[in-house]
Design a binder for this molecule. Structure first.
Ligand code: RUB
Length: 303
């Protein structure tokens, strides 16, 4: 169980973060754990893997990639050879997740024209892949990265793009409207897409979408199909993670009584989203229901 607890802690304390990475970390932990308990009988093996899945799932509440990855691997328990199947499913998930990001890059890059300035928020592998692919296709592009308070994940994005040789400008989150006239397209990642086509992503995303909408700038989100939330089809709401107030600021003395709120994600309504870039193609937000229905056959609708 060590690998499971270790991975749970790393996801919880954000040593491993970002929806795609946490999903792959959970799948990998289940695989490594399964390999250590192959000597158990099938019933005992199933019990242990289910417990491990439960713990991993509880590490962070918002990114649906985490329960979707766990569920994908746990589905192996229903097979004739559950032990081999769990390991195979975990490997399958990790490979298909990496391929999905690559495909999203290729599809999304077609929407980036030569000379474009792109704005991105937070630190999304999928959004970065779109930008990197466009750049390596020879397009002359510039990127604005928001700082993404309070944890400043935007710095990671700025560094990753700078390492590729891309022209990057880092701005504070509140400067998006100031710079929007210089932006041709907004590309962000996704922690979850709901059945009615809304996007759940890093706090501040919905403000950016609103600003882009007002300025008539296309707003795209890059989301692998495992970021679509199957339970939203039966009306479930997505829990928005509220993190430690000390991430925002630490008050001393009498100022300790000042309340601080620190939601980590927000919801962007579908009307502000021009398209969702998935590994199977570019879809309108209205297509989210179809994706969940078609590609989540392996997830029963739990009510
Ligand atoms: C990260 C974040 C990212 C999505 C998508 O939030 O909001 O935009 O997770 O990322 P946090 P990816 O830092 O709180 O995990 O495309 O890498 O899956």
């Amino acid at each position: 169980m060590d690998i499971i607890k270790e991975t749970y802690e790393k996801i919880k304390n954000m040593e491993v973060r970002g929806a795609g990475r946490i999903a792959r970390a959970a799948a990998n932990a289940l695989k490594e754990y399964a390999e250590t308990i192959m000597h158990l009988d099938d019933e005992e093996f199933k019990k242990k893997i289910l417990e491990a899945g439960e713990l991993l799932r509880s590490a962070r509440p918002t990114a649906v990639s985490l329960p979707n990855a766990v569920k994908y691997v746990l589905n192996g328990l229903k097979d004739e050879n559950p032990k081999e199947s769990v390991i195979k499913k975990a490997e399958e998930f990790i490979i298909s997740s990496k391929n999905a990001t690559k495909n999203i890059g290729k599809i999304g890059a077609k929407r980036i024209r030569d000379g474009y300035t792109i704005l991105t928020h937070c630190n999304s592998e999928a959004a970065i892949e779109v930008i990197k692919t466009a750049y390596h296709e020879g397009k002359d592009i510039k990127v604005f990265c928001t700082e993404t308070r309070p944890r400043n994940q935007g710095y990671l994005t700025a560094k990753a793009l700078c390492d590729e040789g891309i022209d990057v400008t880092l701005i504070v989150d509140s400067a998006v409207r100031y710079f929007i006239k210089e932006v041709d397209i907004v590309v962000v990642g996704a922690d979850a897409i709901t059945a009615n086509g809304c996007l759940v992503n890093k706090i501040g995303t919905s403000q950016i979408a609103l600003i882009a909408h007002e300025a008539r700038i296309p707003f795209l989100t890059a989301a692998e199909t495992y970021k679509f939330h199957p339970k939203t089809i039966v009306g479930e709401l997505i829990e928005i993670e509220e993190r430690n107030p000390e991430e925002v600021v630490e008050f001393e003395g009498k100022y300790k009584k000042i309340k601080i709120r620190n939601p980590a994600f927000d919801v962007t309504p579908s009307q502000y989203i021009d398209a969702i870039i998935t590994e199977i193609g570019l879809i309108p937000p209205q297509g989210a229901w179809y994706i969940i229905e078609k590609y989540f056959g392996w997830i029963e609708h739990e009510q």
